[in-house]
Design a protein around this ligand. Structure first.
Ligand SMILES: Cc1cc2nc3c(=O)[nH]c(=O)nc-3n(C[C@H](O)[C@H](O)[C@H](O)COP(=O)(O)OP(=O)(O)OC[C@H]3O[C@@H](n4cnc5c(N)ncnc54)[C@H](O)[C@@H]3O)c2cc1C
Length: 291
C-alpha cells in the first residue's frame, strides 16, 4: 500500500462552513467522514483531491433521531456501529441492524459512516438495497440551499451520484414501516469482512395471504444498487404461493445486470440472485406475518 498523496485538511465547524468550503474548492475537494473508503482510494491513487473537508468538528452531526410521525433520521457522522448498537433501530428498523451486522469489522464499523457508505456509491454498498426498500431519502445540502432525494434515484454509476458540485449529504431519512410489513437482507461475500458478491433486500406488506406491497433491491449485480421492479410486479396484489415466489426469483435473476470480476462470475451472481431473492422473500413474508 502506497503512502497517502499530499492534501490539505480543512476542518469546518458548521454545516454552512462545510458547504462554503466545498463550493470554494469546487472540483478539488472531497468530504471525508470516516475515511475507510476515501483514504484507501487515495492511497491507490484512484483519486487525488487537493483538499479534504473533514466533518469531525461539526457538532451534533452524529445523531440517530426518531419521531413517531417523521420516522428515523441519521446524521452524516453517525457510524455504522452506532446504528448497529441502537436499541431503537433494532426494535423499529431491524433491517438496518441485520444489514450492518453483515458489514466489515467492528473496527471499520466504528469509524465508517452509513452516509459515507452511500456516497462512496459502490454497486456493492451494503446499506443501499435495504435503505431503498425502506423508501429512504437523502438530504442534500449546499451553500445554495437544500433538496431531498429518494435514495433509489441517488446512484448514477460506480462512484457516481446525483450530488452536484458543492453538494453533500447531511442526513438520511427513513420512514416508518407500514404495519404488516416484513423485511430482510441477504448478503453473499467471500469472507465475513468482504464486500458483497450479491446483496438482496426485500420489504413486503401482507394482508392475510395477499401481498399488498413489495419492494426488492439488489446490490453488486448492476452498475448501481437497483430496484427489481419487474420482480415486484410478479408479487404485487397476488396471493402468495411457492410457485409465485419461484417465478419472481427467476425474473430477478433475469433483470439484474451483473458483471464478472474477482468476486464472482456474472452467471454465478445471477444464480445467487435467484436463490437469495426466494430466501429473502420467504424471510420477509415470515416477518410480515409476525408483524
Ligand atoms: C476492511 C474493510 C471492510 C469493509 N467492508 C465493507 C462491507 O462489508 N460492506 C460495505 O458496504 N462496505 C465495506 N467497507 C467500506 C466502508 O467501510 C464503508 O463504505 C463505510 O461505511 C464508508 O464510510 P466512511 O465514513 O468511512 O466514508 P469515507 O471514506 O469518509 O467517504 C466515502 C466517500 O463518500 C464521500 N462522503 C462521505 N461522507 C459524505 C457526505 N456526508 N456527503 C457527501 N459525500 C460524502 C467521500 O468524499 C468519499 O467519496 C469496508 C472497508 C474496509 C476498509
Amino acid at each position: 500500500m502506497l503512502r497517502l498523496p499530499k492534501f490539505e485538511y480543512l476542518s469546518p465547524k458548521s454545516v454552512d462552513q462545510a458547504s462554503s468550503l466545498l463550493s470554494l474548492h469546487t472540483g478539488d475537494a472531497k468530504v471525508i467522514a470516516g475515511g475507510t473508503d476515501l483514504l484507501v482510494r487515495m492511497k491507490r491513487r484512484e483519486i487525488k483531491p487537493k483538499y479534504l473537508i473533514g466533518l469531525r468538528n461539526i457538532p451534533d452531526l452524529d445523531y440517530v433521531k426518531y419521531e413517531e410521525a417523521g420516522g428515523l433520521r441519521i446524521g452524516a457522522l453517525a457510524t455504522n456501529n452506532s446504528i448497529l448498537n441502537s436499541p431503537l433501530i433494532q426494535k423499529k428498523f431491524y433491517l438496518l441492524t441485520e444489514t450492518i451486522s453483515k458489514m466489515a469489522t467492528p473496527e471499520v464499523r466504528n469509524i465508517g459512516t452509513i452516509v459515507g457508505n452511500l456516497c462512496n456509491a459502490a454497486p456493492s454498498a451494503d446499506t443501499a438495497p435495504p435503505l431503498i426498500v425502506l423508501g429512504a431519502k437523502a438530504r442534500l445540502t449546499s451553500s445554495k440551499g437544500e433538496r431531498i432525494a429518494l435514495l433509489e434515484d441517488f446512484f448514477l454509476g460506480p462512484g457516481e451520484t446525483i450530488l452536484q458540485t458543492g453538494e453533500w449529504v447531511t442526513e438520511i431519512q427513513v420512514p416508518n414501516l407500514t404495519p404488516g410489513t416484513g423485511a430482510a437482507y441477504l448478503k453473499l461475500s467471500r469472507t465475513a469482512m468482504d464486500l458483497a458478491v450479491v446483496g438482496v433486500a426485500v420489504a413486503v406488506r401482507l394482508k392475510g395471504k395477499t401481498c399488498t406491497d413489495v419492494k426488492i433491491a439488489l446490490g453488486a449485480v448492476a452498475p448501481t444498487p437497483m430496484r427489481a421492479k419487474r420482480t415486484e410486479e410478479i408479487l404485487k396484489g397476488k396471493t402468495i404461493a411457492n410457485e409465485l415466489i419461484e417465478e419472481a426469483s427467476r425474473i430477478a435473476s433475469e433483470e439484474c445486470k451483473p458483471i464478472s470480476d474477482v468476486r464472482g462470475s456474472a452467471e454465478y451472481r445471477r444464480e445467487i440472485v435467484r436463490v437469495f431473492t426466494r430466501q429473502a422473500i420467504e424471510q420477509a413474508l415470515e416477518r410480515a406475518a409476525a408483524a
